[in-house]
Design a protein around this ligand. Sequence first.
Ligand code: OSB
Ligand code: MG
Length: 375
Amino acid sequence: MVIESIDLYHISQRLVTPFVTSFGREEERQCLILSLHSGDYTGWGECVATVAPGYSYETVTTAWHVLTDFLIPAVLGRDIGEPEDMSGWLTFVRGHPLAKASLDAAAWDMIAKRDGLSLAKKLAGPYQTPARDRVEVGVSIGIQPSIDKTLAIIEDYLGKGYRRIKLKIRPGFDLGLARAARQSFSDTQIMLDANSAYTLEDAPIFQAMDELDLLMLEQPLDHDDIFDHSRLRSLISTPLCLDESIHSANHARYAIAIGACDIINIKPARVGGWTEARHVHDICFEVGMPVWCGGMLETGIGRAAQLALAALPGFTMPGDISATERYYVSDIATPDFVLNPEDSTIEVPAGLGLGVTVDMDRLSEVTLRREHFLA
Ligand code: OSB
Ligand code: MG
């Protein structure tokens, strides 16, 4: 399939509620949306870089630059046979996984459509069939003004049917919050995400959490560290999960080898796309390390692709893939994703490719900047 043209959109959508983490606050979510075109086929991808370089060094501005000046010119006019070809074409640019992942995702969507397959089926290739058609999910709750406010929000989400609650923490808003949450919700799966806000010297805070029976502690230490995480892991009993520190299948291998974590949060964008994400999954699956699919407040385009990945057999823990209504009042892709309150799951799209339809009017409404590239 010759990549004949590419459209790139910079969009901004208002979040239902502001999302606060240890690195910042988002009220409007900006991201890039990209479509690849070949004959009658279109593939969609989302670049989850944000306005500020908080979670990653990439931003919507750097991603626009790297895509338009380097990555898009390198793939336009090329003949792509299988989605795995794409990531190989992008290695000449060092880093910038979030920018690369948008092209990678669009290639997976387009080629799955060509093959008459859902993305879940296409990704599951080596396993013959996806392991599941519904994915267990949780909800990620940003930092709130108070513990009481957080407890009220947890109660609200439990009422909606979410069974796994992730709480963002930062120094000063951590142990007290975790204790109060456990005390109020004794049977709920509760986990914490620190987004790299701590150092090894804070180990006593996490040791004090040992008695709280938390599901896991996500990325407490530096965004590029695995060594101190391996030391912290030996000091605490809560399972340790890495997010920011795992940028490739090799990083997953290193982390496993030195015992830096018990669990890995696989965000396809963070590792440069779905081909590499599946590779991380395969490595973890082989050694029996559980993985789950992380989120970046995706639009329906990104969410459909998260669900397809999370259908692979090693994704045994609930993902950060919540219902559309948790993020946006109305979204650029239809239909909305809804939570089944009976079992805290969301259905894996079964239609061709991503299995969602992009609402072109809605996309135009939220577009700040757009560019068309012709081979
Ligand atoms: O660390 O997992 C994270 C959102 C933006 C940046 C980083 C993270 C998150 C989330 C949100 O936790 C998960 C979601 O998309 O629901
Ligand atoms: Mg995280």
